[in-house]
Ligand binder design. Structure first.
Ligand SMILES: Cc1cc2nc3c(=O)[nH]c(=O)nc-3n(C[C@H](O)[C@H](O)[C@H](O)COP(=O)(O)OP(=O)(O)OC[C@H]3O[C@@H](n4cnc5c(N)ncnc54)[C@H](O)[C@@H]3O)c2cc1C
Length: 444
């Protein structure tokens, strides 16, 4: 049993995204026959591709990536392209209370490494993924929330060493945008937007060029260990490896290995993209920025102007992922877009899609190796911010597999498996309760 409708897991078709319509990833052939490899990686998203690339390039270790759909089929090929953070769903104050200030600072140091790594990969591997902007903004959607964002910016800067700043509503209107829900903005410098599928395509080419083997259409349907060797069964053949990295994030199957069952809390994120807006239309909402923006709602909206003038508007929500719920979600986002930016009410929506982000029961990412079998590694739980977290985690896992670092080198909040959430049904109910709770607690 899965948490969502079976359509959410159909790897035989691509998400109908704007990214798919404007870029493509070269196909990787399925596994044929039996294959031996040093490291087998389950999941061909940013974690899997980055781990394969870094293993080959930096450590001379050859890895084989097994992806159920086409490479990048999961969240990596269909996200909003915000290269930002946080990778946790706890406030810095809560992190400090639980883990102390030093560990919280380590968390924020890692989070700043993520976007730097993405920039570095774009440059060193010659990946053209349309980078846009030099900051990401979180906008106060009510006047009441603005002082909190101002305080947060000071705290991030002073205590956590993050390049955060605050602009009041007039200052942000000068460089950002207008609309009905703009009352000031908290910004973090050095963050940006990209075309997420072009990033997948670039990582795919780089990993292969450096010596990794990639297989699409190769869902791992069986996993057993004979002696010291893992046998991963796919429809086309079995892949044998002494080391495995599980990189399946929100799409982690519960039936692959009982030690990973119910460890993830997948949640749907939804996106609409408009037709290209004219310059006059953009001016009607005072739109000036190419930086990605989200707002400060608990159930936030995120949005950005794409290079060709299309507007991307996204939000979390939905607990089924059924075709009916998708229709409702598309109408909901379309209505909210018109409420936040009234001049764009009724503009044609060219694309709608969604996919799974991944939370964990302790609200922080999970990286490590299994206590009872250190040859099995895992990395998941980016809390909706995996465009920078997942490539970073891939690099960290490559170092760990190569014996260049250990779990102890990670900040404590990221180490080890999160709690078992018991059953898909409980996770779905938990998600419903969380949406209700966050909705009720929404700052007005
Ligand atoms: C609509 C949407 C918008 C988002 N927007 C942003 C954003 O703007 N910024 C941001 O930072 N993050 C965003 N995210 C989250 C981000 O995309 C993810 O955190 C990140 O891509 C996760 O990468 P990953 O490699 O861990 O997992 P994924 O990219 O999800 O890859 C996991 C892969 O594992 C494969 N798999 C599962 N089971 C098996 C199996 N048995 N055998 C073989 N393969 C298997 C799946 O097919 C899947 O392709 C968004 C996500 C969505 C869905």
């Amino acid at each position: 049993m899965s948490v969502f409708h079976p359509d959410v897991y159909r790897t035989d078709r691509k998400a109908p995204s704007w990214w798919e319509a404007s870029a493509s990833v070269r196909e990787a052939p399925p596994v044929t026959g039996d294959v031996d490899t040093e490291v087998a990686i389950i999941g061909g998203g940013y974690v899997g591709l980055s781990a394969a690339l870094h293993l080959a390039r930096d450590h001379g270790i050859s890895a084989t990536v097994l992806e159920a759909g086409p490479i990048g089929w999961g969240a990596s090929g269909r996200n909003g392209g915000f290269v930002g953070y946080p990778w946790v769903k706890k406030s810095p104050e809560d992190l400090i209370k639980t883990y102390g200030e030093a560990e919280t600072r380590r968390v924020f140091d890692c989070m700043q490494e993520g976007p730097r790594l993405v920039r570095e990969l774009l440059a060193t591997e010659a990946i053209d993924a349309d980078p846009q902007g030099d900051a990401i903004y979180e906008v106060a959607h009510t006047p009441k929330i603005a002082p909190e964002l101002k305080e947060a910016a000071e705290f991030y800067h002073r205590v956590l060493g993050v390049p955060a700043f605050y602009l009041d509503r007039y200052a942000f209107a000068e460089i950002g945008h207008g609309g009905t829900e703009q009352f000031g903005a908290f910004g973090i410098r050095d963050l940006f937007g990209i075309h997420p599928l072009k990033f997948v395509a670039g990582l795919r080419e780089a990993a292969e060029r450096r010596g990794a083997r990639l297989h699409g259409g190769s869902r791992v349907v069986g996993w057993e260990k004979i002696g010291a060797v893992h046998h991963l069964r796919t429809a086309g053949g079995t892949v044998r490896a002494r080391t495995v990295l599980l990189a399946t994030n929100g799409y982690t199957p519960d039936d692959l290995d009982p030690r990973f069952a119910n460890r993830t809390l997948p949640a749907l994120s939804n996106i609409i993209v408009t037709r290209p807006l004219t310059e006059d239309e953009r001016a009607a909402e005072g739109w000036k920025t190419d930086c990605p923006v989200s707002n400060a709602r608990n159930l936030l909206f995120y949005y950005r102007m794409l290079p060709d003038g299309r507007f991307l508007f996204g939000g979390r929500g939905g607990t089924a992922g059924s075709p009916l719920e998708d229709m409702r979600m598309k109408s909901y986002l379309t209505r909210r877009l018109g409420e936040v930016f009234p001049a764009w009410k009724g503009v044609v929506i060219d694309h709608f899609w969604n996919g799974l982000v991944c939370l964990t029961g302790r609200l922080t990412p999970a990286l490590g190796r299994l206590d009872d079998d250190p040859s099995i590694h895992y990395a998941f739980g980016w809390h909706g911010n995996g465009v920078s977290a997942a490539p970073w985690a891939g690099r960290r896992m490559a170092e760990m597999i190569a014996g260049r670092s250990t779990v102890e080198d990670l900040p404590v909040p990221f180490r080890g498996l999160p709690p078992n959430l018991l059953h898909p049904w409980i996770r779905r109910m938990g998600l419903k309760a969380a949406y209700l709770w966050y909705g009720l607690k929404e700052p007005q």
